[in-house]
Design a protein around this ligand. Structure first.
Ligand SMILES: Cc1cc2nc3c(=O)[nH]c(=O)nc-3n(C[C@H](O)[C@H](O)[C@H](O)COP(=O)(O)OP(=O)(O)OC[C@H]3O[C@@H](n4cnc5c(N)ncnc54)[C@H](O)[C@@H]3O)c2cc1C
Length: 432
């Protein structure tokens, strides 16, 4: 039986090339696997194409833990695109902002350099499984990809039908479902239930405005400092409630009283959406033009309408060689969070091919504690309204209480060393 034997060089098939899928591909390749990365659009990085905030609050600690664990190649490439470092904005300290205009080709170069077989415009529509093992990934136009282990990193954003059910329909975000077809969760084809009762979707928390469409003094300040806060006139009220937002870390009063704008190559405005005429009534924004979503005057992409049940190694419950990563893991928000889950899933996919014991991260690390906290809270908090991130909301408060949050890099490296995991995500498993 091919599924019982250890494979000399496992072939790992990653579906979805957002931050989670890219991290999974990089860590599986670093461990020595042959890797195929399938992406439905013509660009990698998914929602990471319109984000950019890293290292804010606990994301600093998590990112340095990941670097110490061997994620340095991917993180280094990401950081080579940083425009601003060490900035503070309401409720957030020591943030860096990467340049969304440079990030995609930079990460694509790394993917090519690692010999990862990236297949764009390749939508996976489902899996074949035999006795608890996924044996094939089926693509939209009939092609089949066979691997030894599979990672579903297809995210939760969209598709248009979901945006229509929960809000105003397609608002033309970077996922571009009308062009490339819907996001599809291939895990669903296995019969795994990804729709727990009581789960309600949430709206993405920021929009992008063309920097050149701002008044020149605001554009200059934004470019120089990385952020501006513009007090909102009384006539402009932001009506998205905290629990309706994907990014609960940006739900404090300061984000309702001020327009918080960050410079990520574009002007990243920290509201879910705002009617264009209201946006243009704000001083300095009379000529503002939305560039993502194009219809951000009406709504934003809708996310978090599914949770993939998994164990501590990120293996999907009921399937021996299928892993999940990124937002699918369950109400987990952010690039750093996607990279963490991708790294772990990619590494464990290789281990499954080699029939080695799967890696679980200890709770002495913020990364391990985060996964444990999310799993426990999802079990206990049946309202399913929390979102989880290193940078704020319920998990960051918990991490501070546990003494896990620190910006002392030497202390973080020691913590990783004591857990025996230094360089784990760069260690070659194949042939070892
Ligand atoms: C507007 C916006 C701004 C944000 N800003 C920030 C920020 O500043 N900082 C931060 O940390 N986080 C931010 N986030 C959140 C962050 O981008 C995400 O939580 C994280 O990057 C999710 O990564 P992912 O890989 O799980 O999913 P995604 O980014 O959604 O990637 C999934 C990928 O899978 C592909 N795909 C889907 N279905 C299939 C299929 N069947 N076959 C093949 N491919 C498929 C999609 O096309 C996509 O490329 C932002 C999110 C949004 C929407």
């Amino acid at each position: 039986m091919r599924h019982i034997r250890s494979i000399a060089r496992p072939h790992v098939v990653v579906i979805g090339a957002g931050w989670a899928g890219c991290a999974a591909a990089v860590s599986a390749a670093a461990a020595g696997a042959r890797v195929t990365l399938l992406e439905r659009t013509d660009m990698i990085l998914g929602t990471g194409l319109v984000g950019g905030i890293i290292k804010n609050n606990g994301r600093f600690t998590a990112l340095e833990e990941l670097r110490a664990m061997g994620a340095d190649l991917l993180l280094g490439a990401m950081e080579s695109c940083v425009l601003h470092e060490g900035i503070s904005f309401p409720g957030h300290k020591h943030a860096s902002l990467y340049d969304v205009t440079r990030i995609e080709p930079t990460i694509r170069e790394l993917i090519a350099a690692m010999d990862i077989d990236l297949r764009l415009r390749s939508t996976c529509i489902g899996f074949t499984q035999e006795a608890g093992w996924v044996t094939r990934a089926h693509l939209q136009y009939g092609e089949v990809v066979e691997g030894h282990a599979y990672i579903d990193a297809t995210g939760t954003a969209g598709p248009a039908a979901n945006c229509r059910t929960h809000r105003s329909g397609c608002v033309m975000c970077v996922l571009r479902c009308p062009t490339f077809g819907p996001r599809i969760s291939p895990t669903r084809s296995t019969g795994v239930n990804e729709a727990p009762a009581g789960l309600t979707a949430a709206t993405s928390g920021s929009v992008e405005v063309l920097k050149e469409s701002l008044a020149s003094d605001i554009a200059s300040e934004l470019q120089a400092l990385g952020h501006v806060e513009i007090p909102l006139p009384k006539t402009v009220q932001i009506d998205v409630l905290p629990h309706e937002k994907s990014c609960q870390q940006y739900s404090s009063k300061a984000f309702y009283d001020n327009l918080v704008v960050l410079h990520n190559g574009a002007a990243k405005v920290m509201v879910s959406y705002l009617p264009l005429e209201l946006l243009r009534s704000i001083p300095g924004l009379a000529k503002a033009k939305y560039i993502d979503p194009y219809s951000a005057g009406i709504g934003n992409s809708v996310r978090f309408n599914l949770i993939t049940p998994h164990d501590k190694a990120l293996r999907v419950i009921g399937l021996n060689n299928l892993f999940c990563a990124g937002e699918k893991v369950g109400l987990v928000v952010g690039h750093t969070e996607a990279i963490l889950t991708g790294m772990l899933a990619g590494h464990n996919a290789v281990r499954v091919g080699l029939r080695a014991e799967l890696l679980q991260l200890p709770t002495s690390l913020m990364c391990g504690d985060f996964l444990e906290y999310v799993a426990n809270d999802l079990k206990e908090n049946r309202s399913l309204q929390n979102k989880y991130t290193f940078s704020g909301s319920v998990y960051f408060q918990h991490a501070v209480k546990q003494g896990l949050y620190t910006v002392d890099i030497a202390a973080i490296q020691t913590r990783v060393k004591e857990s025996g995991l230094t360089g784990i995500f760069r260690s070659r498993l194949v042939g070892s």
